[in-house]
Design a protein around this ligand. Structure first.
Ligand SMILES: Cc1cc2nc3c(=O)[nH]c(=O)nc-3n(C[C@H](O)[C@H](O)[C@H](O)COP(=O)(O)O)c2cc1C
Length: 402
């Protein structure tokens, strides 16, 4: 067990957020998880930058129990964004080491989200320039009004990709991270295999439920096989595609225990994909309070490992209610910790009224995501600098009220 000891005194209010959380072989100091959010503070080369280190360490400094990075790509073929970090090679180790060390130094468990973007791989302006891997060559709307067609991934490429996930996880463990979070949601490659809409294969990697879930199971199996037993392997799982003929919550509830049997140590249930988010019925999803709580409660019922409810839980009263009702064992916050990394410290001190709330509709961080996300609610100097990192000279001790 190597989770740093808690320095947070349980507050009289919101106490259920501040009890330790067992994640596989590690223990987080509380139940607040910094949820992956692509802010693009990396560089074109794909190595970790100082800006990223400060950004993530600041979220740990603010009191989150676990800090998961935005999705880092397991190889170039799976890279979506121009400044996305790659975990594909030994030469990434120095940057990754510093990132893990700084997050952990501020008392949080440190994890990397690993992705293969599949049909969403970039660059998007020249989509036809290279192979975009998907289970099947099904056309889709990449951006509103622009339909493109990915290529069908070969069996050899499937095997290479599974290996790439395993290698990336190995690198993360060597760099000192506590775990990885496998991205099997939002329409990226793994979730593309799950859906009968995007997986039309007739070989062993498609067809019925067993064939469509095989890729997800083999990725998790390989990652678990190549890392030590105490290394935490979680899964961001598409909980419901929210479209007729797509992957359903019923499917996710069936798959989660199978992933757990392979060694998955926590789950985030995530509804909808980039594509189905555009449907009128789902368009305002991200603005709804607690929009994935019901899906995560369903996963909680069928798994024996923590499920992290996430999405629109920035109000600590909502977060606490979810935990108290047993709908999840932990709370994931993305935009809330981006806007105010001190959310956990302030809530622990029973001062939620001092939290800077996310004001944007649609969120500015999404609009500024490609070049380095910013938030209007930050102090002026942080907006000017382009990120809200920490000042090591001026850092308050972790978990003490500011
Ligand atoms: C700018 C932005 C980037 C995101 N990037 C990721 C990502 O890299 N991986 C991921 O699983 N989810 C990503 N998400 C989704 C968040 O993890 C989260 O599910 C969503 O923002 C809802 O949670 P929230 O209400 O706490 O922000 C992103 C969201 C935003 C706004």
């Amino acid at each position: 067990m190597s989770g740093p000891a808690s320095e947070c005194e349980p507050a009289t209010r919101f106490a259920s957020l501040f009890t330790p959380l067992r994640l596989g072989g590690r223990t987080a100091r509380n139940r607040i998880v910094h949820t992956p959010m692509s802010v693009s503070y990396g560089d074109a080369d794909g190595s970790v930058t100082r800006r990223q280190v400060e950004h993530y360490a600041r979220r740990a400094q603010g009191g989150a129990g676990t800090v998961i990075t935005e999705n880092f790509a397991v190889n170039v073929a799976g890279r979506q964004l121009p400044l996305q970090t790659l975990v594909d090679d030994e030469r990434r180790l120095p940057g990754l080491r510093l990132l893990a060390e700084e997050i952990r130094r501020h008392g949080a468990l440190a994890m990397v989200q690993l992705v293969h973007a599949g049909r969403y791989a970039g660059p998007w302006d020249v989509y036809d320039a290279r192979r975009r891997l998907a289970p099947s060559a099904v056309p889709f709307e990449l951006t509103p009004g622009r339909t493109v067609t990915p290529q069908e991934i070969t069996v050899e490429e499937i095997e290479e990709t599974i290996d790439a996930f395993g290698r990336a996880a190995e690198l993360c463990e060597r760099a000192g991270f506590d775990g990885v979070d496998i991205h099997a949601a939002q329409g990226f490659l793994i979730s593309g295999f799950l859906s009968p809409r995007t997986n039309r294969r007739t070989d062993a990697w498609g067809g019925g439920f067993e064939g469509r879930v095989r890729f997800a199971l083999e990725v998790v199996r390989e990652v678990v096989r190549r890392t030590s037993p105490s290394f935490v392997v979680g899964v961001h799982l598409l909980s419901d595609e929210r479209i007729a003929g797509g992957w359903t919550l019923h499917d996710a509830v069936r798959l989660a225990p199978m992933l757990e049997a392979e060694g998955a140590a926590f789950f985030f249930g995530v509804p909808a994909t980039f594509e189905t988010m555009r449907l009128p019925a789902n368009a305002a999803l991200m603005e709804q309070r607690g929009y994935s709580v019901a899906d995560n409660a369903a996963l909680t019922k069928v798994t024996g490992v923590p499920v992290v409810a996430n999405g629109g839980l920035g109000d600590p009263h909502d977060a606490e209610r979810v935990l108290k009702a047993g709908q999840a064992e932990a709370i994931g916050l993305a935009r809330a910790l981006f806007t105010d990394p001190d959310w956990p410290r302030k809530v622990a001190a029973a001062e939620p009224h001092t939290v800077r709330g996310c004001p944007c509709d649609p969120p500015r961080c999404l609009r500024t995501q490609l070049t380095g996300a910013v938030c209007d609610r930050w102090p002026a100097e942080a907006i000017e600098r382009g990120y809200l990192g920490y000042d090591p000279e001026d850092s308050p001790p972790p978990c003490k009220p500011v």
